[in-house]
Design a protein around this ligand. Structure first.
Ligand SMILES: NC(=O)c1ccc[n+]([C@@H]2O[C@H](COP(=O)([O-])OP(=O)(O)OC[C@H]3O[C@@H](n4cnc5c(N)ncnc54)[C@H](O)[C@@H]3O)[C@@H](O)[C@H]2O)c1
Ligand SMILES: [Zn+2]
Ligand SMILES: [Zn+2]
Length: 345
């Protein structure tokens, strides 16, 4: 099959590789009909990857059609249209049964496309372990685009917004307005935020946040402007969706007394200079982590079906998978309004 393979910093190639095959009775093979590039793929693209492997297939956001199932698969069958969760668990342990995939008790929690251990889904086909659990039928009333966004980015935004304790009447901020940050802005309003500050150096992305109702700010001005606009109260709930020490620091500086900072940006720094005394004095809550995608679906699916959330607004480009290298370069360079890049095999 053809796939996007990683060969080193800024070197993603559209090349042939072995077709995926079933490894286990519970595996499912999916013919990919749409996949997308995530900000996490950009970390790999920059050489801040998760393994030393080269040549593996990248990508962890995909929808497609089931083409083959193992003997132990009960719910899915060939021909089913599915969305594939980026978070992969065993599907059978108590944590997975709660949807809390990240805490999978078998130690098999993972994600596609980070190494050759579990090949990615920016490809013509992908093997889905424990298919009944890690893939789900695309629900009625949800488009394929919406389902694709639900496989990771939208779920992560929701996890981040929930972790930030956003609720009725609160002031929220989102640092980083990539596809995930923009979806978090939309979700913050749905969760009841009275005011949302949206912070990013890219003017085009700030403009989109404004159309969603947010007050958009450049990071250099954010602290001072928010201090003025909130009369010194600052922000109750902040979501950091960038993945840098300086943006986590900014998020902490925005926090109001007893505020919450929720970090979803992927960060591989070993240490961080945490403002301990300030956090102590202010009574801050700090949460960080990766999203158990399946856990978010029971809340997100009805909100999308009802038209309360329109994640498809972040889609900017559709390209054939064969133009994958160009799509990576565009998304990385924030060129031509590049936001969510959808690739079609
Ligand atoms: N925790 C999880 O489970 C999980 C899952 C998926 C993605 N992620 C992470 O979420 C992050 C966002 O992903 P995305 O797809 O939206 O990617 P993205 O790269 O498009 O978004 C990052 C945004 O941060 C902005 N930014 C850069 N410097 C900034 C600064 N100083 N202040 C404010 N904004 C700044 C960029 O302009 C960009 O708009 C990435 O780090 C990604 O790895 C986490
Ligand atoms: Zn991702
Ligand atoms: Zn499990």
């Amino acid at each position: 099959m053809k796939a996007l393979r990683y060969f080193g910093p800024r070197d993603v190639r559209y090349e042939s590789m072995d077709d995926p095959v079933l490894h286990d009775d519970r595996d499912v093979l999916v013919k990919v009909t749409g996949c997308a590039i995530c900000g996490s793929d950009l970390h790999i693209y920059h050489g801040e990857g998760f393994s030393e492997d080269l040549g593996f297939c990248v990508g962890h956001e995909a929808v497609g059609e089931v083409v083959e199932i193992g003997r132990g698969v009960r719910r899915l069958k060939s021909g089913d249209k599915v969305m594939i969760s980026a978070a992969v668990g065993c599907g059978a342990c108590p944590a997975c049964l709660r949807g809390d995939v990240i805490r999978c008790e078998t130690g098999s929690a993972g994600c596609y496309g980070l190494s050759s251990k579990l090949q990615g889904s920016q490809a013509e086909a992908v093997r889905v372990p424990a298919g009944d659990f890690n893939a789900a039928l695309i629900p009625e009333g949800i488009t394929e685009d919406q389902a694709l966004l639900m496989t990771d980015g939208m779920a992560t935004a929701w996890y981040g917004a929930r972790n930030a304790d956003i609720s009725s009447g609160k002031t929220a901020a989102v640092v980083g307005l990539g596809p995930i940050g923009l979806m978090a802005v939309e979700q913050a309003f749905v969760l009841g935020a009275a005011r949302v500050f949206a912070i990013d150096p890219v003017a085009e992305r700030r403009a989109i946040a404004e159309t969603l109702g947010a007050t958009a700010l450049h990071p250099d001005d954010a602290v001072e402007t928010i201090r003025e606009l909130t009369r010194g109260r600052m922000v109750d709930s902040t979501v950091e969706a960038v993945g840098h020490a300086r943006t986590i620091d900014l998020a902490l500086n925005l926090a109001a007394r007893r505020g919450t900072v929720s970090v979803i940006g992927v960060n591989q720094d070993r240490r961080f200079d945490f403002p301990m005394a300030r956090a102590f004095m202010m009574g801050l809550t700090f949460r960080i982590g990766t999203c158990s995608v399946q856990e978010t679906w029971p809340e997100l699916i009805p909100l999308v079906q009802a038209g309360r959330l329109k994640p498809e607004r972040v889609i900017s480009h559709r390209l054939p998978l064969s133009d994958g290298a160009e799509a990576y370069a565009m998304f990385d360079g924030r060129k031509d309004g590049a936001l969510k890049m959808i690739l079609t095999p």
